[in-house]
Design a protein around this ligand. Structure first.
Ligand code: TMP
Length: 242
């Protein structure tokens, strides 16, 4: 296991946001741009990114037969959710993120601890302290240098996931579209997640950059890239040649 007190040589970036905000697209376009420049990039996502993590993801979101599973699978208890996401994260850090950073790579992770605060604290209402405890147990102090928040009205995000304006109004028999059971939480839940994210971002503007997810993919990539370049310049990190 690597020494947790040692500062990583690589650069750790995370992408955050509600449903349908385009995190995975930004992860692809940003990493493609960095790879084009000759940089070594590892991309990953939460929950998932390891064999065990993907199994845990499946356990939560198994949507082989999406309509059927949405009908028979009820949302887990919030503490169960917290523990499953934390377990997947712990494995991802050990197997993927730490080793890549130790090798000096750029790691772009689609969701990280801020998702847990946004969804399990602001969304589900678990106490901040409880989440903080689970997070601290899992990450051993490993926080990203930059976090991009893709901000979008949840109605638009859910529409992008194939759910129309009937969120909050549908009964089980009308459930269609969507990525996973969290898509079907109430619009209030999704609004709490969004405002939680904005609150966290406002409190730590050094780490967070809020991006308007309505912008085009190329504009979002450019803004994220410029922010990253600024971070490297202002922290005198010369070994990433941009
Ligand atoms: P996504 O990565 O396709 O957006 O799906 C992941 C879902 O899991 C999304 O609804 C957010 C949710 N989630 C949490 O509730 N807590 C967490 O800690 C993480 C990583 C994800």
């Amino acid at each position: 296991m690597s020494d947790i007190s040692e500062a990583p040589k690589g650069l750790f970036l995370t992408l955050e946001g509600g449903e349908g905000t385009g995190k995975s697209s930004l992860s692809s376009t940003l990493s493609a741009k960095l790879i084009e420049l000759g940089l070594d990039v590892t991309i990953c996502r939460e929950p998932g990114g390891t064999v065990l993590g993907e199994r845990l993801r499946n356990a939560l979101f198994n949507n082989a037969d999406r309509y059927e599973s949405e009908k028979t699978f009820s949302s887990p208890d919030p503490r169960t959710e917290l523990l499953v996401f934390s377990a997947a994260r712990s494995q991802l850090i050990t197997e993927v993120i730490r080793p890549a950073l130790d090798l000096g790579k750029i790691v772009i992770c689609d969701r990280y601890v801020d998702s847990t605060f946004a969804y399990q604290h602001y969304g589900r209402g678990l106490s901040y302290e409880l989440i903080d405890e689970a997070v601290n147990l899992t990450i051993s102090g490993l926080m990203p240098s930059i976090t991009f928040l893709l901000d979008l009205d949840p109605r638009e995000g859910l529409r992008r996931h194939g759910i129309e304006d009937q969120v909050n109004l549908f009964g089980d028999s009308e459930r269609m579209g969507g990525n996973n059971y969290l898509d079907f939480e109430s619009l209030d839940f999704h609004n709490r997640v969004r405002s939680g994210y904005l609150e966290m971002a406002a409190k730590d503007q050094e780490r967070w950059m809020v991006l308007d997810a309505n912008l085009s993919p190329s504009e979002l990539t450019r803004l994220a890239f410029d922010r990253m370049a600024l971070y490297l310049r202002s922290n005198n990190i010369a070994h990433f040649k941009l």
